[in-house]
Design a protein around this ligand. Sequence first.
Ligand code: FPP
Length: 248
Amino acid sequence: MSEAPELLDRVRAGGEVPRHVAVIMDGNGRWARDRHLPRSLGHREGMKAVREAVEGCIAAGVEILTLFAFSEENWQRPPREIGALMALLEEYIARETDELRTNGVEVHVIGDLARLSPPAREAVDRLIAQTRGGTKLLLNLAISYSSRAEIAAAARRLAEDVRAGRLALEDVDEDAVSLRLYTAGLADPDLLVRTSGERRLSNFLLWQLAYTELYITPVLWPDFTRRDLFEAILDFQGRERRFGRVTA
Ligand code: FPP
């Protein structure tokens, strides 16, 4: 796989690198279908692209990478595909934990982990424990994640805190909501990459993406390399971010 040094040089010379990159990894199924392969093989190939994205982020100096690995809605897929995805998650953890730790990656997981099978849950807990303290990259895996569910849970917690007298009604503001999301304390994504050409947010980080720059690429996720990541960052570096204001 290409190290793409010339592109990386352009990224480094190109100005600000996004602190937080979020990715909707889409197109595994289509990649497999194009090759008359089962969908599970598309997901397996997608695992390699996860490695490319992680290594590319470290090389470019991105601080946080959030990957949408499995949505709450994905529980409605055929049991066989869900089983294959969970097995892949366990395999990814078994194979990559040492490397992630060596590379200084600290893994966090966001989502409703109570729905995972006990072995998958244990593997995730192990991955989190064994990578704690990594300082090069925070890898945030969204698993069994729904943004609306996350926001609804934050609203419920706010209501409970007000009812219990821990929070004054006047203090229910944007910060109070942010602090009750899975992503509490993390900078919002600067750049969202979605592969496979789809132009949807698909219930991903709806609150956190308010001012995020969107980059849609036709590349299917299994074909995604660090080169594609660098292209996305270069595109980001050409954007003018105004956050609703006018330029000086
Ligand atoms: C979307 O493609 C992708 C997923 C639902 C799963 C993403 C999982 C991986 C990349 C592999 C495992 C990841 C980790 C972190 C271990 P799709 O199936 O919706 O593709 P389609 O739209 O072409 O059908």
